[in-house]
Design a protein around this ligand. Structure first.
Ligand SMILES: Cc1cc2nc3c(=O)[nH]c(=O)nc-3n(C[C@H](O)[C@H](O)[C@H](O)COP(=O)(O)OP(=O)(O)OC[C@H]3O[C@@H](n4cnc5c(N)ncnc54)[C@H](O)[C@@H]3O)c2cc1C
Ligand code: SF4
Ligand code: SF4
Length: 419
């Protein structure tokens, strides 16, 4: 007979799909361990400004999940944790977790005194390095759990003691060390999501060399009130308001040298971001360069609405190259308009690369011998008791990621029941 331990479920990845899988299984009465690598739950969705198509803030959906999790004793979650090893078989897995130190314990009240006392700054990971934060920091203002983190570089530095002394609550523990933990579970849901495709690999687009060429994930942060500019969309080179903006679709996608597949959401993300620009700059001119616009089923309405805007021009054509005007630092886009067969050079104040979603499993594999992937690195059904969910399984928007998380919870329960 199965023990209560082997009736437990391990969910890896605390984004929308992983949280959904964890909560759904817990609410069905199963014991769940949720393991997240970062310092907070919510995944990439926490970094979005608004959701398409309703354009509501992502925190509505996230907060509901945090509440469900707080209320359910069946879910035990670990942040700053990773899976080191999985062995065994469906229905009976042995798992080793590594728990990384946060250097801040549960006494933290988020008073911010440690950040005030800290001189060291680091690139802000939440804003994709567009600004700096103190090395003693809250990951973002809505973080769950709401608790500060100390960067390991600060802990090793000469100012660590002073930062510790600044905490009135005794919440800083400089001697926290990495720990291992062993678990026995009956099934595993792998929901480690996606990473933005590295735009530096798109050499002809100049990302990383030209300040006014940014990516779509950076645009989400620029437009967010808790972003690097307080929500004002400006050019990185000089902080000026952009009057002309170009969106470059399929930047590295549907291209066998980069991501061979269509991510399915980056057309919609650009349409959504065009509305962010329109809200702030009613007269700005927006160009969208596309191969074809992918807006399926009900999302077609959203596309139709955006298309009605006279100041948004859709060019059917692939941008071949982006150079920079040395005086203005304006990106110059070289593009063939396939409708007119004209070769054009269009100068804009700001260029946004609509890069795709690369599965995290392309860089961090599942530490289990039976794991299986498709040609692009997404987890497949052949993974012997390890169920893929959300963007670790296929590119998806939030609605699909949530549905997929629910489906994964059911498969995880079945794997235990079949034993
Ligand atoms: C520019 C852009 C805009 C978008 N806008 C929208 C929108 O408006 N509406 C919409 O529906 N969708 C949008 N999306 C898609 C949306 O971001 C995804 O649907 C959503 O993030 C999928 O959630 P997920 O849980 O599968 O993955 P993620 O959000 O990536 O979550 C995965 C989690 O797993 C963690 N993790 C990764 N590796 C490990 C590991 N080895 N161990 C433990 N934890 C790990 C990560 O830290 C993360 O917390 C957008 C995407 C892009 C690129
Ligand atoms: S660690 Fe201490 S000083 Fe820093 S925010 Fe938390 S309670 Fe305040
Ligand atoms: S969703 Fe649009 S931009 Fe993204 S890969 Fe597909 S066609 Fe290209």
């Amino acid at each position: 007979m199965a023990s209560s331990e082997t009736q437990s479920i391990l969910v890896v990845g605390g984004g929308m799909s992983g949280m959904t899988a964890a909560i759904e299984a817990a609410e069905a009465g199963w014991q769940v361990y949720l393991v997240e690598r970062g310092p907070y739950l919510g995944g990439r969705v926490a970094q979005l400004n608004k959701y398409f198509p309703k354009l509501c803030p992502p925190y509505c959906g996230l907060e509901i999940n945090f509440r469900r999790m707080r209320q359910n004793p069946n879910v035990r979650f670990f942040t700053m944790a990773e899976v080191q090893k999985i062995s065994g078989r469906s229905g009976d897995f042995d798992v080793t977790l590594s728990l990384n130190p946060r250097y801040v314990n549960e006494k933290c009240t988020c008073c911010g005194k440690c950040a005030e006392a800290c001189a060291m700054e680091i690139d802000n990971p939440f804003n994709y390095g567009m600004d700096k934060i103190k090395a003693a920091y809250l990951p973002h203002d809505m973080a769950f759990p709401m608790r500060y983190v100390l960067d390991p570089a600060l802990v090793k530095s000469g100012e660590a003691q002073a930062v510790q002394a600044s905490c009135p609550y005794g919440a800083i523990e400089l001697d926290m060390a990495p720990r291992s933990m062993e678990l026995k579970v009956g099934s595993v849901v792998w929901a480690t999501g996606w990473e933005p495709y590295d735009a530096r690999k798109l050499d002809l687009y100049g990302f990383g060399r030209q300040p006014n060429v940014i990516t779509n994930v950076m645009m989400e942060r620029l437009a967010s009130q808790n972003g690097p500019t307080g929500g004002k969309i400006v050019r990185p080179s000089d902080g000026a308001e952009p009057k002309t903006i170009g969106f470059i679709q399929c930047a590295g996608s549907r291209d066998e040298n980069h991501l061979g597949f269509c991510s399915g959401i980056c057309c919609l993300a650009s349409l959504k971001q065009a509305t962010y620009i329109r809200e702030q700059y009613p007269d700005a001119k927006i160009y969208i360069f596309f191969i074809d616009i992918r807006a399926t089923d009900r999302l077609e309405d959203f596309f139709s609405k955006v298309k009605q805007d006279e100041n948004i021009e859709f060019f059917k054509g692939k941008v071949a190259k982006i150079t920079e005007d040395p005086g203005t630092k304006n990106p110059i886009l070289r593009v063939e308009n396939t409708a007119t067969e004209q070769l054009m050079e269009i100068q804009v104040d700001l260029a946004v690369l609509a890069t795709g979603m690369q599965p995290s499993t392309q860089t961090t594999k599942i530490p289990f011998e039976g794991a299986a992937y498709d040609d692009y690195g997404f987890v497949t059904a052949g993974s012997a008791g390890v169920v893929g969910a959300g963007c670790a399984r296929t590119p998806a928007g939030v609605t699909e990621a949530v549905a997929d998380g629910t489906g994964a919870a059911l498969k995880a329960i079945q794997a235990i029941a079949r034993r």
